[in-house]
Design a protein around this ligand. Structure first.
Ligand SMILES: [Zn+2]
Length: 756
């Protein structure tokens, strides 16, 4: 029995990776020093894993930006818009693909399955693929030199790479597949030549619902690519159970990795029914790579015993359910957290220790490791019994929910008429999404306050002044519904988490979100409870300054849930209800303070969608219910808005409709044509605000382009439903860009009015 991780967090405990990368980008670090420091980091990370006792060391989990990009780049799958960079150092083109460069836009980035990590989407333009700049050979060499052992190499497998590539035309498909077979083969052969003895091919796409054509393609890839290799190969799946187990388990590999955390029941059922090939090693993912909680070791031992009973003949190795890049490095040093919680946490290093403990216990049951096992159990029990989880009132409220709590008293048709009369909104109202620029001054004010250099009164006075300034700007621009600007917030979830019961925050619990951007998700460990108004002061102060309605601005329950680490002793839906109930209090407080439009943002609703279609309904039902719980306790004249960014509308319109929000604002500036098509086929029944320009770019959109978008959209959206707004919050833009863009937006609307 051996232990392994699928991958280890490369960013480092103190985000060293980020510091090195950004210094290099800013040209504060020479290429030589950059490469040397990155090498030191790689070796330190392997050393750490070895010190923790891990049997198998894995390389290839490290990257300079993103592992999908690494492969695309190594396969020379470089879009032609970067051609002019080909004479420069190869890293210049690599980072241009990642981040864009002067006059060339970056590659598209999108969510890695149902995680918060974003990968770079490979683009196929019919390029001739060929292996270049193979980084893995160096990684293998380094490990051999430093540790005297040959590491396992992990790379993303051909089927997943293929599935995530964009731009493959029907006529190019066969050619692309052929080329991928060729470069993968070349890569694996070169790894073999560099001394590799074991290669893991990560295939999360094999956990999706697969068609028979796709299954045939998987088989084609594996038979072709692995043909003639002698190196050991492992096909590792994660995030869900392997689809079509009966067929795919026979792929010509030497080992198979299955997720016994997220796909546990289905994988177990498949093992039981079909057995496991005698000639393969089973890599059992038994330690959760996505959460931050200590594992219940006895339960995991029982799980392994069950797996063993279905797999009597093959070796079983233990590993994490997926890469540990989704969790922070270590709980060491987190002294700001209540001890009952801290003791129950396991980040990457602690998870590796758990693997070792489990293996130790299996190999030597008579040396029972009593102490460590007992300590672990005690820590879990102590948190389970902690007062933060025993808020009777919260549990009673959730248990006693009746269907009425989830719906508004009138339907949309009726209440929208009441709202129109009450709010006296014009046709095609204009608004923004919530935040205004977080200028250097806004940030400085916050940092002075955090350092204790200014008082809370001074801090708040500055923000209030900023709000007042922006209220005046909004008046001048002639917008119809105002916002206060969110100057008191840096993060949409942290802001609320800090004011609600049940949340904890780490000092160093960073995980990579994309490129060098890391996030520090809050931990929801106790019952979530509203304590006092969180947003009323700022929003009602803004409302006092204007006759126009000011929107209250909240982050929705599903987004708070999806952007946090969540306790595992309650169903997620129950935690979502707790958050929904807490927000319901806040909505009520805003309403009582005279705020008549309240926006509850749900940008993360779509990304939490489970991988398997069979699980979609339960997720959607619970998400919609939590949102409605938060928003349906209002008077009929109070207008509820919601907001989502980059949501592919196509297969999601029903879900959005089910939220029953009076108005949704949604990104359309980049996928505009598509939205029109969808709305033509499936008309949308409620209010909808079109994102008429892309806030992610510093470019000022012209009146003409926005007028065109509005004109086209008018064909599929009734004027009573039609709102006009940018596609997301404006916090990353400058004041000048913001004012110029909004001025044009209002002008585009005026033009439209004249035409009618
Ligand atoms: Zn947004």
């Amino acid at each position: 029995m051996k232990t392994a991780v699928i991958g280890y967090p490369y960013i480092g405990q103190n985000r060293e990776w980020k510091r090195i990368t950004e210094a290099f980008w800013k040209e504060q670090l020479s290429l030589g020093s950059f490469e040397q420091e990155m090498k030191n980091l790689r070796i330190a990370q392997l050393q750490q894993q070895q010190d923790l006792g891990l049997d198998i060391l894995t390389v290839g989990d490290f990257t300079y930006y993103d592992r999908m990009l690494d492969l695309a780049f190594m396969f020379n799958m470089i879009p032609s818009r970067y051609d002019h960079l080909s004479l420069q150092h190869h890293l210049t083109a690599y980072f241009a693909m990642a981040r864009g460069a002067e006059n060339v836009v970056a590659s598209e980035m999108t969510k890695w399955f149902n995680t918060n990590y974003h990968y770079i989407v490979p683009e196929y333009e019919g390029q001739q693929l060929a292996l270049q700049h193979n980084v893995y050979a160096q990684y293998i060499q380094e490990a051999i030199e430093t540790f005297g052992i040959i590491p396992r190499v992990t790379i993303i497998g051909p089927f997943t790479f293929y599935k995530l590539t964009k731009g493959i035309g029907q006529e190019q498909k066969q050619h692309y597949i052929q080329q991928l077979v060729m470069v993968y083969k070349e890569l694996l052969q070169s790894l073999e030549a560099s001394g590799a003895t074991s290669i893991q091919l990560e295939e999360p796409s094999l956990t999706k619902d697969l068609t028979s054509e796709e299954i045939a393609l998987v088989q084609h890839f594996y038979h072709q690519v692995l043909n003639g290799l002698t190196v050991e190969t492992i096909c590792t799946t994660y995030f869900e159970a392997l689809s079509d187990y009966e067929t795919l388990i026979d792929l010509p590999v030497d080992g198979f990795g299955l997720d016994f955390v997220h796909g546990k029941n289905e994988n177990l059922a498949a093992l039981k029914k079909f057995g496991f090939p005698k000639d393969k090693v089973l890599y059992a993912g038994i330690i959760n790579g996505r959460d931050i909680w200590r594992a219940e070791l006895q339960k995991q031992l029982a799980l392994i015993a069950e797996i063993r009973s279905y797999v009597p003949f093959s070796p079983i190795y233990l590993q994490t359910s997926c890469s540990l890049q989704h969790v922070p490095v270590t709980t060491a040093g987190e002294d700001g957290i209540v001890p009952e919680l801290l003791n129950a946490l396991a980040f990457a290093n602690e998870k590796i220790t758990e693997l070792q403990m489990i293996k130790g216990k299996i190999l030597q049951p008579e040396v029972p490791h009593i102490q460590a096992f007992l300590e672990s159990e005690k820590a879990i029990r102590t948190l389970a019994l902690h007062e933060s989880r025993k808020k009777k009132a919260v549990h009673a409220q959730v248990n006693e929910l009746t269907p009425e709590a989830f719906k508004r008293t009138d339907n949309y048709d009726k209440r929208s008429k009441l709202q129109r009369a009450f709010l006296q909104l014009p046709d095609y109202p204009t608004t923004t999404i919530g935040s205004f620029p977080q200028s250097a001054e806004v940030k400085k004010n916050r940092s002075l306050w955090r350092k204790g250099e200014i008082t809370t009164t001074e801090y708040e006075a500055f923000n209030a002044n900023e709000t007042a300034r922006w209220i005046a700007i909004q008046e001048q621009l002639g917008l119809d519904v105002f916002v206060h600007g969110e100057f008191e917030r840096t993060d949409m979830v942290e802001f609320f988490g800090e004011k609600l019961n049940g949340f904890a925050f780490t000092k160093n619990g960073w995980v990579v979100s994309y490129g060098s951007r890391c996030v520090k998700p809050p931990i929801i460990y106790g019952d979530v409870e509203w304590i006092e108004p969180m947003t009323v002061k700022e929003v009602s102060a803004a409302q006092l300054l204007t006759e126009k309605p000011v929107k209250g601005m909240l982050t929705g329950p599903v987004t708070i849930l999806n952007w946090s680490f969540v306790r595992n002793d309650l169903a997620r839906s129950e935690v979502a209800y707790q958050i929904g109930l807490a927000l319901r209090e806040e909505v009520r407080a805003l309403e009582n303070a005279g705020i008549n439009i309240i926006q509850v943002d749900e940008p993360a609703l779509k990304e939490g969608m489970p991988i398997r279609k069979s699980l979609h309904k339960a997720y959607i039902d619970a998400s919609v219910a939590a949102f409605k719980l938060a928003t349906s306790g209002v008077r009929e004249t109070t207008q509820i808005h919601t907001h989502m960014c980059y949501c592919e509308f196509n297969d999601f319109i029903d879900v959005i409709e089910a939220l029953d929000a009076d108005v949704i604002s949604i990104e359309t500036s980049r996928s505009h044509g598509e939205l029109i098509k969808v709305l033509k086929e499936t008309p949308y029944g409620l209010g909808i605000g079109l994102g008429v320009y892309d806030i992610h770019s510093p470019r000022i959109p012209t009146v003409e382009e926005m007028a065109t978008i509005i004109e086209n959209s008018k064909k599929v959206i009734a004027k009573e439903q039609f709102w006009i707004n940018p596609d997301c919050g404006l916090k990353t833009r400058t004041e000048q860009e913001t004012i110029a863009s909004l001025k044009n937006m209002v002008a585009a609307k005026e033009r439209l009015k004249q035409l009618n």
